[in-house]
Design a protein. Sequence first.
Length: 399
Amino acid sequence: MTTQAKLPLRGVRVLDLATMMAAPASAGYLAEFGADVIKVEKPGEGDPQRKWGTRKGGEALYWKSLSRNKRSLTLDLRLPEGAEILKRLVATADVVIANFRPGTLERWGLGYDALAVINPGLVMLEVSGFGREGPLAGRPGFGTLAEARSGFAHLNGQADGPPTLPNMGLADQFSGVMGAFAVMLALYHRERTDGRGQRIDLALCDPILRLIEPSLLDWDQLGIAGQRTGSRSVHVAPRNVYRCRDGRWVALSASTPATVRRVFVAIGRPELADDPRFSDNAARLGNVDQLDGLIGDWIRARPAAEVIAIMEEAQAAVGPVHDIPEVLADEGLEDRAALVTVPDPDLGAVRLVNVVPRLSRTPGRVESTGPALGQHTREVLTEIGMLDRFDELMAKGVI
C-alpha cells in the first residue's frame, strides 16, 4: 500500500470559503491527512493572507504553509452564478468551512439551512470572533481581540510591564486545531448514526479561554485574580528562564517533588529539599524569589553547556532557549523529521513543519505548498461538468 493510499481522509471533500488564519488552518489540518480541500477565493483578489507577512520575490511566505495541500478555485459567491456553482460543489462535499460575519452567507442564500437541503450529510464549520449569537455576534473578530478579551494578554508579560499579546497567531492557530477536531467529531457522528451532518459554531475566544481556565477557577473559587508573572508559573516552582555566564538562556521546570530534589542535587544543595521554605510546592511558591535567586546564582556562574550537562546528568528538566536559527539547526528536531522540505514553483525548496500529529498506520504528509490564485479553477469546473462555461464565467467575473 502506498503512502498516498494510507491517508485517512482520502475521499473527504472540504470547501474552504474562509480567509486569513483560523478557519483556513482547520481546513489545512484536514488536507494534511488526505482531504480534498478546495479553497474558494474571490476572483482577482484571493485570500488577504496572500498579501500578509514577510515576502520573498513578491510571494507571501506564510501563505505557502497555511494553504499547503489545497486547491484554489476563484469564485464570486455574491453573484448568482457563483452561488449556483458553490451549490453544485456542496452536493459533492462533506464539509464547508467559513468565517464570514454571522448572517452574510444567509443573505447570499448560502447559509447552513439552505446548503443542508442540498446535502443533508454536510458538516459546516463557522468560525467567528464571538460566536453566531449573543450581544457580541456580528462584531469584527480577530485572534488579537480574543487574546485580549479572554484575559490571556492580561496574564502574560512581566509583572511591572503591560499586558502582552503573543507575537504569533496563537488564538487563530489553537482555534484552527479545535475546528479540525470538531469537524472530525461531526464526521464520526455522521458515520456512526443517521448520515446527517451538523453545524459547528466556533468563536475564537472560546479555545483561548480553555488555555487560561486555571486562572478562571482561581477567581471563581478563591477570589484570586491572576496577574502577570513573567516566565514564572503561579502553580508550580521552580519554573523560569535563567541566564547563564555566556549570555545564553536555559528554561527549567520542576513540576514534581522528585524533579525538585534533582534540581537541588544538581546545584549542590540537596539539603534544600528539607528546608521549610522549599519542602513542598506551596512553600516554594511562597518563597519563589529566594528559590529563583539560589538557582539563578548557580546558573549564572556557568556557561549554558555546563548547566545543561549537569542538570541532565541529575535528570532535572532543563533545556536551552533556542532562537529561530538554532531551532532549524537542532539535530534532535532533524532526527525526528520535525521539518520537511517541499518543492515550490516560486520559492524553490522550502522547509515547513511536518504533519502533526503522527499516526503509525495512516500518517499525513505535505504534498504541495499554497497554490497560485485560481490555479485549479479549470480543474474543479471540469469535475462538476461546467468546463464548457469557463470562458463565459470568466467574462462575467464569476471566476
